[in-house]
Ligand binder design. Sequence first.
Ligand SMILES: [Zn+2]
Length: 413
Amino acid sequence: MKVLKGGTLIDGTGAGPVPGATIVVRDQRIEAVTTRAGSDWPSDAEIIDVSGMTILPGLIDCHDHMAMHSYDLAWRWGISEPQSTRALRTAKVLQGTLAAGYTTVRDAAGLDTGFKRATDESLITGPRLVLSLCIISPIGGIGDRVSPSGFSCCVPNDPLLPDGVVNSLADVRPVVRRIVRAGADVIKCATTGGASSRPGHGPLDGAFNLDEMQALTDEAHGLDRRVMCHALGGRGLRIAIEAGVDSIEHGCYLDEEPELLDMMAQRNIFFVPTFAVYEYHRKSPFPHVRERARHLQEHHVASLRRALAAGVKIAAGTDAGGHGHPSNAMEIECLIKAGLTPLQALQAATGWAAECVGLERDIGTVEKGKLADLVVVAGDPLSDVTMLQNPERIGLVLKGGEVVANRMEKTPR
Ligand SMILES: [Zn+2]
């Protein structure tokens, strides 16, 4: 038994902070959450004094690319360095992400099931992983690995990261099944281009027809997999929502069609805006990427505000990878700058995020019965959320009741 005693609790439900909170952890789960100042703990209990610190649920990033380390074509094709070097580079990112307080990450393509196995077998430490493996799109969509010269990718597909290109309506279901066979927990697809996609396939350019997307969501749901859909605006955004995906990733131009936001609220479709990635795209060396990222910025902020007003739940996702792996908590800061309150932004990275990835029974909030995924930070993140990006402020990280990072002695209170 572990007893985290006397901290200020922000429980991830959206409720305000509770001072003087004590969390009792037995094995993997939270046994009690109390403000009772008891001292009659069992003799074998490990008492951890967290007074002066804040206890949060383990943080969740709903959109990351842990195995991606550059937008460069050779990187994306996996030919720039030995596979083993790349795998170890990825393992280091997983370890750092967990130590920073991110106990769960939904990977939006690129990470294969071997990393999940490696963390399960304790070969490396890392967050809980919800994997999509690859992106499903039609020919010419963002999952189609063609170079700017028009040549196709010169290396065969890794069988653990199946080809996500669908050629026709008849192709949709087999592609979904193959990706699930390779171990996907969630199905990732794309119905529009994006800021960084090839010239000619931008944020408002569609991919897929409604019947194809309906087949995709039907097949995924039949296999108990949620659908996370990259969709920025225009016809493709509407098709994704009409087809019943479970989350809209990016959603930059949702403000242009407010009725879509009402549909999202009614159908409990989450909005994962991924503001952090566009900070980098606005400084991209490629003019078409810069231009798109700058054009969408105002719409993106307006989309967030309208989504909140419409009752759509927001989940935090960084879309990191291509530009490296800055602190995942950067997205929480971006969400506040775009209009969320600090409490809402923390909820977007905890309680709402857990619902978005379908793990709300086990994680996302600090409540009796849930897995003890907890972060203890020095100071008050509600007054300055940027502290979550400072590794020196992260005192303690628990994943499933186990201490996976501990610098309590060095952490100022
Ligand atoms: Zn992404």
